[in-house]
Design a protein around this ligand. Structure first.
Ligand code: BJ8
Length: 426
């Protein structure tokens, strides 16, 4: 990596803490990703992105800012990238996937807060996330109670926190609320960027984001093949990079990877032998560098063939189908697209479980591993009924609850291996 010290200092990073974070990240990446066998060549691009995730990509953001473009950071897939692109902004996902400075976070938050929220605070207080420091606006969203209340405390810590309200039910009123919130968000974006959202800019933005989602949907579909042409770890990585990379370059890189995977499927080439136990992982999102669970699963003679998660199919399976030619009609289409997302904060939320079943069938998975972060009420609450429904439908399910540290790795591995034994006996 080139020397980015000056740039990191200029955005206010704590260089010592940041160096420590990068060194842990780099070592984990080599151990978990680069040690895999039979990786597709197309993953080299994603290795490069990860090696420069705090370097070159941040430089690109700083160059965009120097040209007058605004960087908009967010923590949730309900924040539409289309609207950000429509004012020529840059949308970035914010780091919340590592246990960093949780002691600091716990001075402001209760200890029994999920790791994702604590990580957001730990990164901010420790000044180690260049995406957060480069953001002109940070967008929060009223989803779970944890996030909703945490943003009240987060507000004074960042330059410009904009909180979006979100519905909790899939009702007519819920949809109307979402559309109104998106309308307000457009106003906010127009104000900070000094640019107007037009029919042409919004249509173009929808096209770019749809192409990006189509590419990851293509990748998701290829994973139905046996032998699996790509590991679950690498596929997760692609889904994680989705939130950080330039959208057009990302789309091209995923499509190149998929071309290679198509050849692999044709030739019967895989990363694991044909017949390897296949599972779907469902639950909380896994942000970079939250790789613990997939690593434990895939080092236990199994392969993950799909993620029912916001960093995965929940976040990307719907496209925006533009109906109409006015701004209001396009906003309607965008609202319809986002209103389909079946996050566990909605009540009731039956489509999520239906989709897990559908994924299991189409990806020829033998079981589901339900992943909840400790203290995540929405996904923990939903995990019992989801397990019951899946088991009743003949799909073996393992419910796991964990956080970002490695202390429970041995215990988790034992439970995962016992689950695979159960699947094999079935
Ligand atoms: S659309 S899943 S990205 S809210 S893990 S903070 S739910 S207590 S992340 Fe999410 Fe948007 Fe929903 Fe997706 Fe709360 Fe749970 Fe913590 Fe969570």
């Amino acid at each position: 990596m080139s020397d980015y010290t000056k740039m990191w200092s200029s955005i206010g990073l704590d260089l010592k803490g940041h160096d420590a974070l990068l060194s842990v990240l780099g070592n984990a990446y080599s151990d978990i990703f680069l040690s895999q066998k039979n990786r597709p060549q197309g993953m080299k691009y994603f290795d490069f992105v990860m090696s420069e995730v705090h370097g070159l990509r941040i430089k690109e953001l700083m160059d965009a800012k120097a040209q007058g473009r605004k960087v908009i950071g967010s923590y949730c897939v309900f924040v539409p990238e289309e609207l950000v692109l429509a004012v020529d902004g840059v949308a970035v996902g914010l780091c919340a996937g590592a246990e960093f400075n949780f002691e600091g976070a716990e001075t402001l938050l209760p200890r029994n807060t999920c790791s994702l929220i604590k990580a957001a605070f730990g990164f901010k207080l420790g000044k180690v996330c260049p995406y957060l420091e480069a953001s002109d606006v940070v967008v929060g969203e009223n989803t779970c109670d944890g996030k909703k209340k945490a943003y009240e405390i987060f507000g004074p810590l960042v330059k410009d926190l904009y909180v979006m309200d979100l519905p909790q039910t899939k009702s007519e009123m819920g949809r109307a609320l979402l559309k109104e919130e998106y309308r307000k968000f457009i106003k906010k974006l127009e104000k900070v960027s000094g640019k107007k959202v037009t029919v042409a800019s919004l249509k173009k933005a929808v096209e770019i984001v749809n192409a990006k989602r189509k590419a990851v949907k293509r990748l998701a579909a290829i994973r139905a093949a046996d032998p699996a042409p790509i590991s679950g770890l690498d596929a997760l990585l692609v889904n994680q990079v989705f939130f950080h990379d330039d959208p057009i370059r990302f789309t091209d890189s995923v499509n190149n990877l998929c071309d290679e995977l198509d050849h692999r499927v044709k030739n019967g080439t895989g990363v694991f032998p044909k017949g390897t136990t296949r599972v779907v992982v469902s639950g909380c999102p896994m942000a970079v560098p939250n790789w613990k669970l997939p690593m434990l699963i895939e080092s236990s003679k199994a392969v993950i063939v799909g993620e029912e998660s916001c960093v995965g199919e929940r976040g990307s399976r719907f496209l925006t189908e533009v109906k109409g030619n006015t701004l209001d009609e396009i906003l309607d289409s965008i609202t319809d697209r986002y209103f389909n997302i079946d996050c566990a904060v909605f009540t009731p939320n039956p489509s999520r479980c239906d989709y897990v079943k559908e994924m299991t069938k189409k990806l020829h998975a033998r079981g589901v591993i339900h992943y909840s972060l400790q203290f995540c009420q929405p996904y923990l609450m939903e995990s019992g009924p989801v397990e019951k429904e899946l088991e009743t439908s003949g799909i073996p399910t393992l419910r796991l609850e964990t956080d970002y540290n490695q202390e429970d790795a041995g215990q988790l591995k034992t439970r995962i291996e016992a689950f695979f034994e159960r699947i094999k006996r079935k």
